[in-house]
Design a protein around this ligand. Structure first.
Ligand code: EPU
Length: 357
């Protein structure tokens, strides 16, 4: 029987919430897709469906009354390697950071700035994961999918994925029943490193010589050296979910137009802001949700077992024993105080299950 009933999801969400699923199905390989489709047309027909990878970007508010599908396909296939191009096809169930380590270990450029992002490869396109000046969309070639409602498998090319900051077509209602089965990435043997994100160059310069075998500039900027610097930066600010439950940034950084920015800066001249590179938002700026939350006095605060991380105000944490609702109540109160003080409504970054307004 491929479905495990009444399954604990505590080890499957990085917030470590002790919710249970009515049923849990692990896809070990692409052949299991047929079994899954049969299952969905049998006993689990018309039941709610949740695709759960590493659970690093979800907040579970209660037990899930339907079937949870967990991708477990972990293969990495080298599709092409010629001139400066390396094409990789990776199963959706591969751990993202494993893939980053695998690729930088071979000297491939492309994923090094995205080191240590929790979660599985199949989730990377969903919110278009991004960090330190690079987004998943920068190396994506295509995303393979199965529509679990119709049983049809298909692929979307990068330009059809509607990638933007923390957004893609996979977050829209159209994609409700789409399961990502594999991703194809384009990496390079040689590339200009992306080191413009504040703090990244400094972290590289301080690199412990033990992390970097030689000191010439090419090795100092090798994919492995950059990945090590990114890991160090992330570890200095972001809590390790294995020790302190969290789901990374709890809110997206807000985007504002020039007029909004002007009036916000008139009230708070020191507010950090950056121009947005996204062509769909010309003339917009990105603000720091962490800064806005910190200004409202939330950084390091704790309410019972739910809290705001002491090093980074954008991260909500479970100190042990919080419920999803405890975290959500805290998030709502943070959102209200930022709205009251700055007139900006923060949008949650994780998927809230069940959906809240
Ligand atoms: N800041 C504060 N107080 C805080 C936190 C941040 O004032 O408590 C301000 C500082 O000015 C800091 C600036 O915010 O310089 C930016 O902070 P940081 O470099 O940590 O980046 P972020 O905008 O808060 C985003 C992503 C992170 C990603 C980092 C690095 C979002 C929502 N978050 O955070 O992604 O790791 O940039 O690129 O875009 C995630 O999505 O889960 C995540 C961790």
């Amino acid at each position: 029987m491929p479905v495990v009933a009444n399954y604990s999801l505590q080890a499957h969400n990085t917030m470590a919430l002790p919710c249970r699923a009515a049923g849990f199905f692990t896809l070990r390989n692409d052949h299991d897709l047929d079994v899954l489709l049969e299952t969905l047309h049998g006993q689990w027909r018309a039941q709610p469906l949740l695709i759960l990878g590493g659970g690093s970007n979800v907040l579970l508010l209660e037990d899930f009354p339907g079937l949870v599908v967990h991708p477990g396909q972990r293969d990495i296939e080298l599709l092409a390697d010629h001139d400066n191009e390396v094409l990789l096809r990776v199963g959706a169930g591969r751990n993202w950071h494993d893939l980053v380590e695998w690729s930088v270990g071979r000297g491939y450029h492309g994923l090094q700035n995205l080191a240590l992002i929790p979660g599985l490869c199949g989730a990377a396109p969903i919110q278009n994961i991004g960090a330190y000046g690079v987004e998943f969309s920068d190396c994506c070639v295509q995303v393979e999918l199965c529509d679990l409602a119709s049983g049809q498998c298909f692929a979307l090319q990068r330009d059809d994925c509607e990638f933007h900051y923390r957004h893609s077509i996979f977050k829209t209602a159209r994609a409700r029943n789409w399961l990502v089965t594999a991703i194809t990435l384009r990496l390079q043997h040689q590339a200009e490193p992306k080191l413009d994100y504040p703090g990244l160059r400094a972290a590289l310069q301080q690199q412990n010589p033990g992390d970097c075998s030689t000191t010439d500039s090419a090795s100092a900027h090798s994919p492995a050296a950059i990945a090590a610097a990114v890991c160090r930066l992330r570890r200095s600010k972001l809590p390790d979910p294995a020790r302190l439950g969290n789901c990374g940034s709890f809110f997206k950084n807000p985007l504002v137009d020039a007029q909004q920015l002007h009036s916000l800066l008139a009230k708070a001249p020191q507010m950090p802001h950056w121009p947005v590179a996204d062509s769909t938002a010309p003339g917009h700026s990105k603000l720091s949700a962490g800064w806005l939350i910190e200004q409202c006095g939330w950084k390091g605060r704790r309410r019972g077992a739910a809290g705001v991380h002491s090093q980074h105000a954008l991260v909500l944490v479970n100190h042990g024993g919080a419920s999803g609702m405890d975290i959500w109540q805290l998030a709502c109160d943070i959102r209200s105080s930022v709205a009251e003080r700055f007139g900006l409504v923060l949008e949650p970054e994780p998927v809230i299950i069940p959906t809240q307004n």
